[in-house]
Design a protein around this ligand. Structure first.
Ligand code: HEM
Length: 507
């Protein structure tokens, strides 16, 4: 609903925007006409709104003509690239000169606050250190592993009931609920139980949180969102209400956890979730780590960890249903690697999964990476240029220009992946002995790369592998409607449109 509201305002905005563009293009061209060499112009930013439902394929089409190109925009150059040398330059080589900038910060700050996703500089460095440290502690690793195993088994129980009654079910919604439960338990130490739907406040929070994320994403193409926010109309008015629900819930949890920690004498229970770790830090640095800052830090982790994992798992299940031989190979690998008795049920089997068995599942790791190559969670990402620069290959970039690197389009480029670039083929990630071989992260940029590479990459693989191993050990999956075309929900969020309906058979 919010999406359609925002989209109709968007159509009107496109017309007004085209007018604005015509006036500003002249100024841009005048500024560009020096000896500088800019990437070729492939269209205008407003063509994106016209191609909204197929935005990533539109970008891919343009990228097949030019590895690096420009879309004209009223105020600055919007540069798009699929060239790994350019990606490496902005993400690592000249890291200090490219960042989120004001463009991203102003789009994101109402929901993300000063969290890691929205900021640069010292604030980013501080949170990066906290997050990297948090995820590497043994207590949090062990705790999150146990949470993933238990939630995978819970999901298996639910799917068994559908299999028993030969009912189809919508798996993406189940993954969304389950990953929300996992991230809440690991981040806040709280059992939300979205999958069991026993917590009303938790489900309301989850809905408000999802809706806010979607509206925030729309700001990237609705150039008039600031006016809508000022007038408190349409999607921006909805956003304000949703963020209030999110904030009320999160602050309540933080207060609850502070109380719990002060009243327990059990030291390990104080340290196993990420919030407890950060609360400990906030005691050392109360000036900088206010409640609002804690809210921002934790909420960014929830935002980072939930949809990304659930939508990758959804695309993964879609792809293995389309490719039953891959599904069978994963099943055989799971049976070989995880030591459990033949008759172990869901809970007993999942308890036998450990870091060693997860590391030994090379084919599953390859199939998940192949999923992300073709359906990356961030199909397109951007960095703002802080001072004039020259890209590898010689194109100029000016201060304030935005450089977009495109993981989705890159996954489809023959010059990067060969003639079968568009085919789902996990084997491309394995050597002759079947051992997983990582790719150059500037060519496979689904987790970003360089100093800002995804902090949760390892956690994400551990969770996805645990879920996939438990579910594929016990069930054979197929699409409930083979002919249905599955695509992105909106141009910018990687969710399967209208859900992904599957049928499961017991093995
Ligand atoms: C399949 C799963 C995942 C994928 C594909 C993924 C991908 C990404 C991408 C593309 C970024 C860069 C975003 C940007 O700054 O524009 C990112 C950043 C980040 N991710 Fe993930 N992510 C996944 C799971 C997770 C999980 C489970 C967590 C933690 C709970 C996590 C935590 C983070 C954090 C904290 C950042 C910010 C890093 C920084 O700016 O320094 N991610 N991730």
């Amino acid at each position: 609903m919010d999406f359609f509201l925002a989209f109709s305002s968007l159509s009107a905005a496109v017309l007004a925007g085209l007018l604005l563009l015509a006036t500003c293009t002249w100024a841009v061209l005048i500024r560009s006409s020096s000896s500088s060499r800019y990437p070729p112009v492939a269209g205008t930013v407003f063509h994106q709104a016209l191609n909204y439902r197929r935005l990533h394929d539109y970008h891919t089409q343009l990228s097949r003509k030019h590895k690096t190109f420009r879309l004209l925009s009223p105020l600055c150059h919007h540069i798009y690239t699929v060239d790994p040398t350019v990606v490496e330059h902005i993400l690592k080589g000249n890291f200090e000169n490219y960042g989120k900038g004001w463009y991203n910060y102003s789009n994101l700050k109402d929901l993300f606050g000063d969290g890691i996703f929205a900021v640069d500089g010292d604030k980013w460095r501080h949170q990066r250190k906290l997050a990297s440290f948090g995820f590497s502690t043994k207590a949090i690793k062990d705790f999150s592993g146990a949470v993933f195993r238990s939630n995978a088994a819970k999901l298996a129980h639910l799917i068994a009931s559908y299999a028993n009654s030969n009912e189809k079910f919508e798996i993406q919604g189940l993954f969304m609920k389950s990953t929300m439960d996992s991230i809440f338990r690991t981040a806040f130490g709280v059992e939300l139980n979205c999958l069991g739907a026993s917590d009303h406040a938790g489900s309301e929070f989850a809905k408000a949180f999802d809706a806010s994320g979607e509206i925030i994403t729309l700001r990237y193409i609705n150039v008039f969102w600031k006016i809508m926010r000022f007038l408190n109309i349409g999607s921006e008015a909805t956003l304000k209400k949703k963020i209030k629900v999110v904030d009320d819930f999160v602050y309540k949890l933080i207060h609850l956890r502070i109380q719990q920690i002060s009243s327990t004498s059990n030291d390990s229970a104080k340290n196993e979730d990420i919030l407890s770790k950060f609360l400990e830090e906030s005691k050392k640095d109360p000036q900088n780590m206010s409640l609002k800052y804690l809210r921002d830090i934790i909420l960014n982790l929830v935002l980072a960890g939930k949809d990304s994992t659930a939508s990758t798992l959804s695309w993964f299940f879609y792809l293995i249903c389309k490719n039953p031989s891959v599904q069978e190979k994963i099943y055989r690998e799971v049976m070989e690697v995880i030591e459990a008795s033949e008759d172990a049920a869901f809970d007993a089997f999942s308890r036998n999964i450990n870091d060693e068995s997860l590391n030994n599942m090379h084919y599953l790791h390859a199939a998940l990476s192949e999923t992300l190559r073709l359906y990356p969670v961030a199909p397109i990402d951007n960095k703002v240029c802080f001072s004039d620069d020259i890209l590898p290959g010689g194109y100029n970039v000016r201060k304030g220009d935005i450089v977009f690197y495109q993981a989705y389009a890159m996954g489809r480029m023959e010059f990067l992946w060969g003639e079968d670039a568009e085919i789902f083929r996990p084997e491309r990630w394995l050597d002759d002995d079947g051992i997983f071989q990582p790719q150059n992260p500037y060519k496979f940029s689904a987790f970003q790369a360089g100093p800002r590479i995804c902090v949760g990459k390892e956690v994400a693989y551990r969770q996805m592998k645990t879920f996939a191993a438990v579910l594929l050990r016990f069930f054979k999956f197929k699409l409930s409607d083979e002919k249905k075309v599955v695509h992105y929900k909106t141009s910018t969020t990687l969710l399967v449109d209208e859900g992904l309906y599957l049928e499961a058979l017991h093995r």
